[in-house]
Write a protein that binds this ligand. Sequence first.
Ligand code: SAH
Length: 232
Amino acid sequence: MFRATVLTLYPEMFPGTLGLSLAGRALETDTWALEAVQIRDFATDRHRTVDDTPAGGGAGMVMRADVLARAIDHASPVSDPRPRLLMSPRGKPLTQEKVRDLAAGPGAVILCGRFEGVDQRLIEARGLEEVSVGDFILSGGEPAALVLLDAVVRLLPGVMGNEASGDEESFENGLLEHPHYTRPQEWEGRAIPDVLVSGNHKKIAAWRRAEAEKLTAERRPDLLARPDKPAT
Ligand code: SAH
């Protein structure tokens, strides 16, 4: 079973959106497991302090290596085979390929940063892999962890109603997906493209492919230029 452990100062944010819909049903049926660990429980002083001022000065606070290490070592002993991730805007941008890798594995231990981030020594000493959900700054790692887990959980066997729909999504073949239509056949004077109601499956596939290529070239030429683009 895919087991996620999230280390956070806000365990109340979990399961959050992951408690509803597909992911929520899968959680109820033990298709995957989620544990949210309160980092503050691993502070040792009277005030349960988890952060301190940045060495070298400057604004904000930094999460302490010693407190975080105790939380990680408790949640994920050395023998734990799960990857240890740190949600971080400096991380490698999350891709569908990475999501697939994670979904095929035993789970993940996910550290959510707050304030200015975490002490660099903790990242190095506990071998944390930094993962970003995009080039923007969130106020904390929790929404990023929810995003990552949502993407992973929908790929777990038995979670998606229609198993086939997983393979044709945007990014799975290095392209953005073609446009979708459904009834009514005509709406506000706009008709569904003829080819889609032709019943000719070969033509439909060719049209979808051409639309996907056109859309990708317009919106995300970087995907076409990617050297590791899967062969199509
Ligand atoms: N000072 C940091 C930003 C800290 S934001 C910097 O400039 O790089 C606080 C926390 O939110 C981070 O530690 C991280 O855990 C989370 N976070 C913010 N943006 C994120 C993003 N794009 N992807 C993943 N996590 C993010």
